[in-house]
Design a protein around this ligand. Structure first.
Ligand SMILES: [Zn+2]
Length: 321
């Protein structure tokens, strides 16, 4: 079969990368309405999409790409976790697709997610103010890596806010608690959760025959892992279990297609952040003085480094109380 990803009309929000026949990574273009990656999997008689981006427009392009690549409408959508860059486009797919997540992810979306969205809609002014301020800060930033990441983050935040009045918050229609399989005419996919590490509940999609895993934000490639809602120890445990599967290719939540090497780098990063903060707490030094370790200095999402330290600090000092 020809590689149709090469002839897709394109989207400003993403690039398509064929991982195997009928399996496509949809890689986010920084600063657009995608923010996270997605994937399109041709099951033969039906099509599955993993994650739905930050904006409706990006999700519509994803739907068009899925239709173009597989010749079928999307029948299944998997939300790997509740974060808005993986779920906001759900409404585009709901008329034709079952939207699937873990039961915990759906519960968070139905409570915290809905409430947060109502707040954002009723009082958007503080968010606009925060973006204005962040844009000023980005202009003054001297560190080129950080400056670029700040600009991309601000641009994606603007895209999200532009979309917000049109958002119909769309919850998953099917849930699972450990594993679930979808049997298509051409391939079977496994949806798996080993609990919550990046968020309270993280799922991924595993194609055992092709040795491919679409990992959501449990694995990022050359990006600082995002730890705002994380449980670092659980995250490491989950990645330890993923290591037992037979995986050669990973579609990460952010960054380029990668392999188990990047999964190991994420483990190293989490271990390093925890060790750095522990050492600073023990010697009563401020975590504000911690610089990005050399190994991670060229990684994207550098804006998250400080908040990752703070999150781990809060976890450590709380457990010491
Ligand atoms: Zn996330």
């Amino acid at each position: 079969m020809e590689n149709r990803s090469a002839t897709f009309k394109g989207s400003k929000h993403f690039r398509l990368n064929q991982v195997a026949e009928g399996v496509f990574a949809v890689i986010s273009v920084p600063g657009t309405g995608s923010l996270g990656n997605a994937a399109i999997i041709d099951l033969g008689d039906s099509t599955l999409v993993v994650d739905t981006f930050t904006t409706i427009q990006a999700a519509e392009d994803l739907q068009a790409a899925a239709m173009y690549l597989t010749g079928n409408p999307v029948s299944y959508v998997v939300n790997t976790h509740w974060h808005s860059d993986h779920t906001s486009g759900n409404q585009v797919f709901i008329t034709k697709a079952q939207i699937i997540s873990t039961s915990i992810t759906r519960e968070i979306m139905a409570t915290f997610g809905e409430k947060r969205l109502a707040q954002q809609l009723s009082n958007p002014q503080p968010i606009y103010q925060a973006i204005d301020e962040a844009e000023k800060k980005a202009q003054q930033e001297m560190d080129e890596r950080l400056k670029k990441d700040m600009e991309w983050e601000n641009a994606s935040d603007r895209e999200y806010m532009k979309m917000l009045p049109h958002l119909v918050y769309t919850l998953p229609t099917m849930t699972f608690d450990q594993q679930m399989r979808i049997y298509g005419s051409e391939r079977t996919v496994q949806l798996i959760t080993y609990g919550g590490g990046h968020t309270q509940s993280d799922a991924f999609v595993y194609l055992p025959e092709e040795k491919i895993a679409v990992m959501g934000d449990l694995v990022l490639s050359k990006h600082h892992p995002v730890m705002n809602h994380a449980n670092p120890q659980e995250w490491l445990n989950i990645l330890g279990q993923v290591e037992l599967l037979s995986i050669e290719t990973i579609v990460p939540g952010h960054g380029e297609i990668c392999s188990m090497k990047e999964l190991h780098e994420v483990k190293g990063y989490i271990n390093d952040i925890v060790a750095l903060v522990e050492e600073h707490v023990q010697s009563k030094k401020s975590i504000d003085d911690i610089l990005v370790p050399k190994a991670y200095q060229d990684w994207y999402f550098s804006t998250y480094f400080k908040s990752n330290l703070k999150k781990v600090y809060d976890l450590i000092t709380k457990s010491n109380d």
